[in-house]
Design a protein around this ligand. Structure first.
Ligand code: IDP
Ligand code: MG
Length: 162
């Protein structure tokens, strides 16, 4: 058994992905899930949760000193989010590519932010930016029991052994 926060650099790499309150309000839950599913990644945990401002501040710990931090905390706690853990090869870095650049005006068309939003302060989705933040975020939002380690019969059609 590997740590439930995942093992970066392996087929069991895991990333924390969250649809922010604006993404939920705008009806983009299925769209986000669909993009990760169709890519081939495996959903190993998911829940809707309305974060408190304290949880939001803890989640964005590394941005505490930034001028936009108070607004960010309010935004993230402004309604329910859909919190998820996705697993698969290079899911942390590739997941960030699926999201697109932080500023939607710089995000490529074809990415979630490039296709569905307009400003940094309402950019619909969060994704872990590295192995350490993935471990911290998965550990913060999910218990080990909430993360299902399972195989799919289709896995060998998605990832080759060689
Ligand atoms: P990321 O979400 O792409 O990882 P971070 O730099 O980690 O981007 O910032 C976290 C979140 O904080 C962003 O997704 C965005 O919602 C918000 N944010 C970042 N920079 C700004 C800013 O300059 N103005 C307003 N909000 C910002
Ligand atoms: Mg970030």
């Amino acid at each position: 058994a590997f740590p439930y926060t995942g093992v970066a650099g392996t087929g069991n790499e895991r990333s924390f992905i969250a649809i922010k309150p604006d993404g939920v309000q705008r009806g983009l839950i299925a769209e986000v899930i669909s993009r990760f599913e169709k890519k081939g990644y495996k959903l190993v945990a998911m829940k809707m949760i309305w974060a408190t401002e304290e949880m939001a501040a803890n989640h964005y710990d590394d941005l505490k000193g930034r001028p936009f931090f108070p607004a960010l905390v309010k935004y993230f706690a402004s309604g329910p989010i859909v919190a998820m853990v996705w697993e698969g090869p290079d899911v942390i870095k590739t997941g960030r590519k699926i999201l697109g650049a932080t500023n939607p005006q710089a995000a490529d068309v074809g990415t979630l932010r490039g296709d569905f939003c307009l400003t940094t302060g309402r950019n619909i989705i969060h994704g872990s930016d590295g192995p350490e933040s993935a471990a911290h975020e998965i550990g913060m939002w999910f218990t080990e029991k909430e993360c299902s380690a399972y195989s799919r019969s289709i896995d060998s059609w998605i990832v080759a052994d060689n």
